[in-house]
Structures are given as C-alpha cells and as structure tokens.
Design a binder for this molecule. Structure first.
Ligand SMILES: Nc1ncnc2c1ncn2[C@@H]1O[C@H](COP(=O)(O)OP(=O)(O)OP(=O)(O)O)[C@@H](O)[C@H]1O
Length: 205
C-alpha cells in the first residue's frame, strides 16, 4: 500500500473540520477527493503532505514519498520556465527536465520568465514540477484550475502515465478528469459542529 490514512482528524483556525478520515491508495491507483467548498479538502491534503499537524490519527507512507501541488503555483517569477524546472529538479536531486517540458507542452515557452506566463501556462509549469520530483505519491489540490480542456486532457494523460509506472495520486477536484479512480466524498467525515458542546465550560456563562 503506497498511502494509508488512518483515523485522521484535522482542524483549521482552531475549528475541527474532519474526523476519522480513513482510506488507502495502492501503487498504480488514484483516489479522487470530493466535497463542497469549505469542507476541508485543502486542510486534509496539507495534513497528509505534512504541512500541518493533524489533530489525531496517522498517515503512513514511505519517507519523502509525497509531492504536493497546492492551489498556488509557487513559481520563481524572475526565472524562466526551464530555470524554474531546473531549480526544482536540483532540489529533488534530478537533472533531466525534458519529460516535464514535454509532458506539459512547455518547450516553446522554455525561455520565458514565469512572470510573463498566462494563468494557465503558470499552472502547467507548476504541475510540470511533479515530473522532476521523482516522488511516487502525488497529492494534488485542484490541479486543473485555469487549464483549458486540451490541457486538462494533457494533465490527465500525465497522471495516467504516472499511475501506469507504479505511482499513486490523491486528487481533490471538482471536475471529471477521465481518470479511472475511486471517489471519496469527504463530507462523510465532517465533524459534528455540536460535538464539542459537552466540553463547554459552564463557568463562562
Ligand atoms: N488560514 C485559515 N485560517 C482559518 N480558517 C481557514 C483558513 N483557511 C481556510 N479556512 C477555513 O477552513 C475550512 C476548510 O477550508 P479548506 O480550504 O480546507 O476547504 P476546501 O474543501 O478545500 O474548500 P474549497 O473547495 O473551497 O477549496 C473553511 O471553512 C475555511 O473557511
């Protein structure tokens, strides 16, 4: 099993959001996360990626196995497309950026500074970084925002090829990516907003 999430509870801004979250993602498989706006998908993904501490529970996977792509592209605006990819490749101990340039059709833009890219092009560059990480578990938060239909399909092909190579993916998305994958609606783990009332300190009244 590539990724196992067990009895995970997460909170944001001090408010409990989700409790008892559990699922498994095997090598070669993807899991699509759904849930209404504000339900906690980003918070859950950040906790799984190790960017914030869960309130309780466990995330099990190999060390340094996760590559996380957040809402924001996190690009270095004064570096070109190639330089951005080379920078990240170096961080992850790789030196070949060609698959990333090809996978997201960035070759013709390779010498353009990131600040001079359109929103969709920035997104493609942000996602292309996944291919230089060499990491097997992709945790992706709304990866297709700003992408047109052609590039949504291109992104789906990149994910399919990652899965075919034994990788895994956990993807929060509101759209149908056309990837063969199970879907999990995280609303089932929503914390009961009344659950903490029993612990309320009556001395405050
Ligand atoms: N920095 C923050 N501080 C406090 N609360 C936050 C913060 N960021 C988000 N929240 C709140 O946490 C809750 C969960 O937000 P989260 O971004 O995890 O939801 P989401 O399911 O990813 O939403 P969306 O589909 O809109 O992207 C929301 O009620 C949101 O308002």
């Amino acid at each position: 099993m590539a990724l196992a999430v067990e009895n995970l509870s997460v909170a944001r801004g001090g408010l409990p959001l989700l409790a008892g979250v559990h699922f498994r993602v095997a090598a070669g498989q993807a899991l699509i996360l759904r849930g209404p706006n504000g339900s906690g998908k980003t918070t859950l993904l950040r906790s799984i990626a190790g960017l914030q501490k869960p309130t309780s529970g466990r995330v099990e996977c190999a060390e340094d196995a996760i590559a996380y792509a957040a809402h924001s592209d996190g690009l270095k605006s004064n570096l070109t497309v190639s330089e951005n990819l080379a920078f990240w490749a170096d961080v992850f101990g790789n030196d070949d950026i060609s698959p990333a340039l090809e996978g997201f059709d960035l070759k013709s833009l390779s010498d353009r500074p990131a600040h001079a890219l359109s929103a969709g092009q920035k997104r493609r560059l942000g996602l292309a970084r996944l291919l230089v990480t060499g990491r097997p578990i992709w945790v992706l938060d709304e990866p297709t925002v700003s992408l047109d239909q052609t590039f949504v399909a291109m992104f789906a092909d990149v994910v399919k090829s990652h899965l075919a190579g034994g990788g895994s993916a956990l993807i929060a998305t509101h759209i149908d990516l056309g990837i063969e994958a199970e879907t999990l609606d995280i609303s089932v783990f929503k914390t009961d907003p009344t659950a903490d009332l029993g612990a309320f300190d009556e001395a405050f009244l």
